[in-house]
Design a protein around this ligand. Structure first.
Ligand SMILES: [Zn+2]
Ligand SMILES: [Zn+2]
Length: 287
């Protein structure tokens, strides 16, 4: 495997590398995205810098606020700038020299599209690529947050959005013999249980308005949960074990045909996250 930038840490997780290689063979058009994902997961494995930046949850946050809401995240500026610069060199070779790395993470975490577009204009970078790169750049920080904050997730978290970062779930997992439904976040990897018959987006519980789309042929373990009240959909999978945090994004990519099937039938996923975090990301420690 060729690493275009020598200082990018290759991921050491063999299962991950094999899975990504298989996906790359099956969908060569995803190569650029997979390269960023591999870099982000490699960076995640060496998590001390990111673990150190995990904030304590704000004591006075609203009951329905995720753990990162209203927090201030202070990153090691030197390490963060180095990581984001390496990632941008992969995502936007020859561009984006003037993108401020800390501002990028701040805007990406808040899904502040205006700030992201302003950064792209100022730095001479392709705005759509910068948005994707911004989300990838956050992955090591968000995965560290989910690992460290897992004990703080309220036992009775019944919201449809992620209890750590506020994103909508990427997938609903049905695990074990009892097929317990667990929602999984594609950004931070957190998982949370939620009662079987309830729309994650609009809280609809009336079973007449909730249903499933199932693939006509092929995998029995896949289906799509749909809500006819808000027209939302969520992909679902039956698994023996919960997906590893890194596997959620890979799984999301390899099940795009399910997204297409849902979209063709008039269902969609919300464009904005479930909860606006109002979080500040800043650089500390010099540089
Ligand atoms: Zn999350
Ligand atoms: Zn709904």
């Amino acid at each position: 495997m060729l690493w275009p930038h020598a200082r990018i840490r290759p991921a050491r997780n063999v299962e991950l590398l094999e899975r990504v290689a298989a996906v790359r063979r099956a969908t060569p058009e995803s190569d650029a995205w997979l390269t960023l994902l591999e870099a982000a997961l490699g960076e995640s494995e060496d998590g001390a810098v990111w673990e150190a930046a995990v904030p304590s949850p704000a004591a006075e946050r609203p009951v329905k606020a995720p753990l990162l809401a209203h927090t201030r995240i202070t990153l090691d500026a030197r390490a963060t700038r180095g990581w984001v610069r390496r990632l941008l060199a992969l995502a936007l070779p020859g561009e984006a020299r003037k993108v401020d790395e800390i501002v990028l993470l701040d805007a990406a975490l808040s899904h502040d599209d205006e700030a992201l577009d302003a950064l792209a204009r100022a730095g001479g970078a392709d705005p759509s690529v910068l948005r994707v790169a911004g989300q990838m750049a956050l992955l090591p920080l968000l995965q560290a947050c989910a690992r460290r904050l897992a004990p703080d997730v309220p036992a009775a978290w019944w919201e449809g959005y992620c209890p750590v970062c506020g994103a909508w779930p990427a997938v609903a997992e049905y695990t074990g013999l009892e097929r317990k439904r667990q929602l999984r976040c594609g950004r931070c990897g957190a998982g949370w249980a939620i009662p079987l018959l309830r729309c994650v987006y609009c809280d609809e519980t009336h079973h007449d308005n909730l249903g499933y789309l199932t693939p006509e042929a092929g995998e029995q373990s896949r289906k799509i949960e749909v809500c006819n009240t808000c027209k939302g959909y969520l992909k679902a999978v039956t698994t023996v074990r919960p997906l590893a945090p890194w596997a959620i994004l890979v799984d999301d990519l390899t099940t795009v045909p399910l997204d297409i099937a849902a979209l063709e039938r008039g269902y969609r996923r919300p464009e904005r996250p479930g909860y606006a975090l109002e979080v500040r990301v800043e650089g500390g420690g010099g540089a």
